[in-house]
Ligand binder design. Sequence first.
Ligand SMILES: Nc1ncnc2c1ncn2[C@@H]1O[C@H](COP(=O)(O)OP(=O)(O)OP(=O)(O)O)[C@@H](O)[C@H]1O
Ligand SMILES: [Mg+2]
Length: 278
Amino acid sequence: MTTREDFSPDSGGQGGTIALRQVCCIADGRALLDIGTLDIRPGERVAIVGHNGAGKSTLLRLLTGFASLTHGRVEVLGRDLSARPTPEQLRALRHEVGQIHQGLHLVGRLSALENTLIGSLGRVAGWRSWVRYFPAQERASAEAALHAVGLLPRARTRADKLSGGERQKVAIARLLLQRPKLILADEPTAALDPAAASEVCHLLAQAAQSATLISVVHNAALLPLLAERVIGLKNGRIAFDLPLAAVDDQKLVNLYRPDQFAPTVPWQMRESEPCSAL
Ligand SMILES: Nc1ncnc2c1ncn2[C@@H]1O[C@H](COP(=O)(O)OP(=O)(O)OP(=O)(O)O)[C@@H](O)[C@H]1O
Ligand SMILES: [Mg+2]
């Protein structure tokens, strides 16, 4: 059972960016996440690595209230997500969290500039946000953000006419405009060529200069660009949580290697007691 004291500043809870205690997410009788303690402090740059289906995206979704918690406590930017947040509270949180996904979350029929301006919706109030009437100052900032990622010449191009790498850059321009406190980047370089991947990582790190950055990364070569701390997830559990310098090839090989003594039907074996917290 988690108590309020477990979230004291010393424990990295209140005042931190993220605090998880005895977290368990179960869906269809399967434990998707089973995490005892996880604290992430303001300004940290953290990478999450792990095999397909390890629970990386579920963890990011949990932090914005898109995945539901079965048990435990989750605090993000001082908000307690385990206390059934209202839609307004979730909206307020999501304005403070910037998210990047490969090709997703851009509106295809809107231009690069209009997609970038979506980053300012947290500041543009009332009817203006409904009709997407953006003040001149926000439009100028959006153009500056597109310029920063090298895409100002494509500002009027529809997002569905841009390449994957260009769409990623628009998503980063949107982050620059949003100025979030926390950035969640789920495989931000998926499907990009090596040069574009490294450029997108540099831009993302710049956009995160005054934010906490959590990225899901599959390519180990990109880790130094995005993280100083690496969390390895395996079957929904934290297998390691280490400074980047301590993560060597062997640790990654072990992380991705299937469990030697894994039961033939692993999730069925865990259904009787799907989470360590239960
Ligand atoms: N809404 C859901 N209901 C039931 N199971 C789900 C749901 N969402 C995800 N899962 C399952 O949870 C597990 C973890 O999924 P998740 O998307 O978090 O993995 P991941 O680590 O991001 O994998 P990948 O590297 O392939 O993106 C998978 O087995 C997936 O099938
Ligand atoms: Mg994923």
